[in-house]
Design a protein around this ligand. Structure first.
Ligand code: DX5
Ligand code: ZN
Length: 238
């Protein structure tokens, strides 16, 4: 895997596209994943998660190929954007062909797009397209993918996502053996790089995530599965 040359690296505006300056002020961000929301009341669920302290909304996109499940596409993202236009939408593409979905999700109001390192040999062209559309860019690794799959691209991206479950479903158990990868990424990361943990994060696992350098916590069932979203978000943030 070749490292990007200096002139390939476009200066990042920071995580969160047009929301970057607002989000930069928060040391640990919490991203409610709407995958566990009640889809029949999605607008209300998004407003409730934001009112309870959620910093951004995590939008899980699954294609039935990269992961054994289907979830939501650009139309749902656009509806969420209309419902909560002041929320930064963090789109997590769990798809084998992320190139096909950059523009559709940009049009649907995404502020950020993450795609998986497992599906692209050279992520630089996609990172550049995401940045050119005014969004921040992230690269993700599954639990069985080593951290060094991300190392060549840490200067180019705004976010590194370490999956702590095998992607496809909310409500799975946290895989603690990914924590050393998070620390290894933090040790090599430039200041300002967000490191996101996604999968099975709950109040009992969130402290270890933060101690290993994670500063963006995604949670679906640990928020939308609870009665009190605000206390759930507060305990994840620490
Ligand atoms: C898993 C998704 C996650 C999921 C997390 O494939 O990428 O974002 O929504 O769900 P919980 O927090 O319930 O594990
Ligand atoms: Zn996700």
């Amino acid at each position: 895997m070749a490292s990007p040359s200096a002139n390939q690296i476009q200066a990042s505006l920071g995580f969160g596209g047009r929301f970057a300056s607002r989000l930069a002020a928060q040391p640990v961000l919490v991203a409610p994943s709407i995958l566990s929301a009640d889809f029949a009341r999605l607008g209300d669920e998004c407003r409730a998660a934001l009112a309870a302290g959620g910093d951004i909304l995590h939008v899980d996109v699954m294609d039935g190929h990269f992961v054994p499940n289907l979830s939501m596409g650009p139309a749902v993202c656009a509806s969420v954007h209309r419902a909560v236009p002041d929320a930064a939408l963090d789109v997590h593409l769990m798809v084998t062909d992320p190139a096909a979905y950059i523009e559709p999700f940009a049009k649907a109001g995404a502020a950020h797009i993450t795609f998986h390192a497992e599906v692209v040999a050279d992520p630089m062209p996609l990172i550049a397209r995401i940045h050119a559309l005014g969004m921040s860019a992230g690269l993700a690794i599954n639990p069985n993918t080593p951290a060094d799959a991300l190392f060549p691209w840490l200067e180019a991206v705004d976010l590194a996502l370490v999956m702590s479950v095998h992607p496809g479903f909310s409500g799975q158990s946290f895989i603690a053996s990914v924590l050393p990868k998070t620390r290894a990424i933090r040790e090599r990361a430039r200041p300002g790089l967000r490191i996101q943990m996604d999968g099975g994060v709950a109040p009992d696992s969130a402290p270890a995530c933060r101690e290993h350098g994670c500063d963006l916590i995604v949670a679906a069932s640990a928020i939308f599965g609870k009665r009190d979203y605000a206390s759930a978000i507060q305990s994840l943030r620490g």
